[in-house]
Each structure stands twice: as C-alpha cells, then as structure tokens.
Design a protein around this ligand. Sequence first.
Ligand SMILES: C[S@@+](CC[C@H](N)C(=O)[O-])C[C@H]1O[C@@H](n2cnc3c(N)ncnc32)[C@H](O)[C@@H]1O
Length: 194
Amino acid sequence: MIHILTGTYAVFRPGEGRDPAPAELDLGCGKGRFTLDLAARYPDRRVLGADVMIGRLRKVARKAENRGLGNLELLRADNLDLVAFQLPPASVRRAHLLCPDPWPKERHRDKRLVNTDFLCRLRRVLVPGGVLHLATDHDPYFADWQRLLAALPFFVRDDSAIADVADLQTDFELLWLKQGKTVPHMAFRYQPEA
Ligand SMILES: C[S@@+](CC[C@H](N)C(=O)[O-])C[C@H]1O[C@@H](n2cnc3c(N)ncnc32)[C@H](O)[C@@H]1O
C-alpha cells in the first residue's frame, strides 16, 4: 500500500491500530531492493520505504505483493518533511539513507539532504539508541557526513548497528559495485543524553 504524504501536514501513524513498534525507515528507497529484502528478512518488523517518485513506489508495491510482504508500507513523501513533522516522534528504530543523490556540482550543494539541519531534525523521529545508516559511492559526500556527524555529540559512531544488513545491497549500490566502485557504509547511534 502506498500512502501519499506529499502536500499533507498531518502526522502519518505507521501501522495504525496494529503494531506500534518503532519502524525501519528507508529514506529514498528507489527501486526498493534493500527495502524489500529488509522486510523479507525481518517479517516481525515494520518497514517503511519512502520516495518522491510514485512510479518507483508502484513497482516496489507490486514486488512486495508478489513476495507477500505484509510488514512493508510505502510512503510517497519528501525525506525532510517525514523527519520534520510527518512521522510521529520516536517512531523509527533505524533510518537508512543509502546512495542518496550526491549533487556533486558545487552550485547544487544546498540540494543535498544531509546537513546539520536534517541531522538535528532526525532526532525527533529516532528512538533513543536508534540508528542512522548511511552509504554512498561519492567520496566527498561521505567525507562531508563524517565531518558533520563528528560535530554532533548525540550521534555516536557504531558500525556494529548495521551488521545484520551488511550483506543487503541497494539497486544503486549493486550498479556501482559492478562498475568497480566502492560503496562504504557507516552507522551512528542516537544518544540523546550525550
Ligand atoms: C540515487 S537514488 C537511490 C535509491 C536507493 N536508495 C538505492 O540506493 O538504490 C535516490 C532516490 O532518492 C529519491 N529522492 C530524492 N530526493 C528525495 C526526497 N527529497 N525525498 C524522498 N526521496 C527522494 C529519488 O527519487 C531516488 O529514488
């Protein structure tokens, strides 16, 4: 099922009336390989796949139906709106941001999702101890993340927090790996008291 959240200001409640457990959130799930595999691996976890492109989400929805994945909900939403106000506070156990658009040109730099504002807003939806999982093939963006996160004491690096999904790949990651590129991952735990 695809929930259309673009242009709405209401709070979306994942699995309303069913399981209130914090979700795994894939921000910019694209064609959905990672999201689908995550939902299939952990049928007892609620997985949210978010993207702005409805065509991609429709394809992911069809694949989810074919695989009988009842624990996956798809959101047509803007990543920033989701973390800023569309998801309930402390509703996410792990946020995955994998191969987001790197906007490599200097004049497009302000289009990048990951900046201090986004990281601070993300705290609202993460549970204490929740995880931010990042990956990119774009070295300057990766270095930028390291610099930004090093300055935020409430995010503590902990790559062990993604060990259970280390073998799952996204569609873009697969593409880059086939081209001989590397796609480093890293993870940070949200520690509100830090
Ligand atoms: C480079 S693709 C990566 C897709 C997937 N994570 C992967 O690794 O295969 C980036 C995805 O983010 C989506 N996207 C871009 N900006 C977004 C935004 N502001 N909110 C939600 N999704 C966005 C795009 O539509 C696209 O599907």
